[in-house]
Design a protein around this ligand. Structure first.
Ligand code: 4GY
Length: 250
């Protein structure tokens, strides 16, 4: 059982999206426990304030440290144990990826801290957060959508979370490559058909074609992934075929 606590000033941004689909089913099955906390409940003044002007001046407001510290103390009353992570979502973080999702899926407790405004007092990252992660090189208006992405990517890796929808082993990235293209009925869409091999019923040819298309797409769009992916001798042979095809077309 993984327990996730989210700290935010906008609890409703998380509640509805996490009450549907595979995440809600994981909650129903008892694989995932989810709590969303309103950061303002951990403020110390009658205005429930969670932000203040930046030391050093400049535009905008900075989120105060203490409400986050108190919220984390509330979520982890015994302190942060070995199987716990307290994660700050921010563009300054290390890139979140499938390996991070796998690590989170093996935790006991995951606490996600969502900031807003110009930023969060750095002492949150220094004291209560165990790590800072980023969804990518772009700036959101807050950490909430990033927290949703982390929860989705993590939850679907919990044993038993995926049913008929498929297996996490079949995913893009499970083997470090991008996914192959998918097709379903009808056989013609706007005059475009389906690769003949997929209608052949020859499962050996289909498996080889899919692997080759995974390699082709990865090479075209994310060549750096090929340097890290565990490639077999067959994969290298397929890549040579792809390179030959490119030369013929050029
Ligand atoms: N990118 N990855 C991201 C983000 C918004 C200022 C801290 C991202 O994870 N989070 O852009 N977050 C910022 C806004 C305060 C969070």
């Amino acid at each position: 059982m993984l327990s996730v606590d989210v700290v935010t000033i906008f609890p409703r941004m998380l509640e509805a999206p996490l009450a549907d689909g595979i995440v809600q089913r994981a909650r129903d099955k008892g694989l995932l426990e989810l709590r969303v906390h309103d950061l303002r409940d951990f403020s110390s003044d009658k205005h429930r304030s969670v932000d203040d002007a930046p030391f050093g001046g400049g535009p905008g407001m900075v989120m105060k440290a203490e409400p986050f510290v108190r919220a984390v103390d509330h979520a982890l009353p015994g302190g942060r144990g070995a199987g716990d992570a307290v994660v700050l979502l921010s563009p300054r973080g290390r890139p979140f990826d499938q390996a991070t999702a796998r690590r989170y899926a093996a935790l006991t407790r995951l606490v996600l801290l969502c900031g807003r405004y110009e930023g969060i007092d750095e002492r949150v990252a220094e004291t209560v957060a165990s790590e800072e992660v980023s969804l990518g090189d772009f700036v959101l208006t807050g950490g909430e959508v990033a927290a949703l992405a982390v929860i989705e990517a993590t939850t679907r890796l919990l044993p038993g979370a995926l049913g008929d929808e498929g297996s996490a082993e079949a995913d893009s990235f499970a083997d470090g490559l991008l996914d192959y293209p998918h097709y379903t009925r009808p056989a013609q869409v706007d005059g475009r058909g389906v690769p003949e091999v997929l209608l052949s019923g020859d499962h050996g040819r289909i498996r080889r074609w899919r692997r080759k298309e995974s390699l082709r797409t990865t090479r075209a769009r994310r060549p750096e992934l090929l340097d890290r992916a565990p490639l077999t001798a067959e994969d290298r042979a397929l890549l040579r075929e792809i390179e030959t095809e490119e030369k013929v077309l050029a």
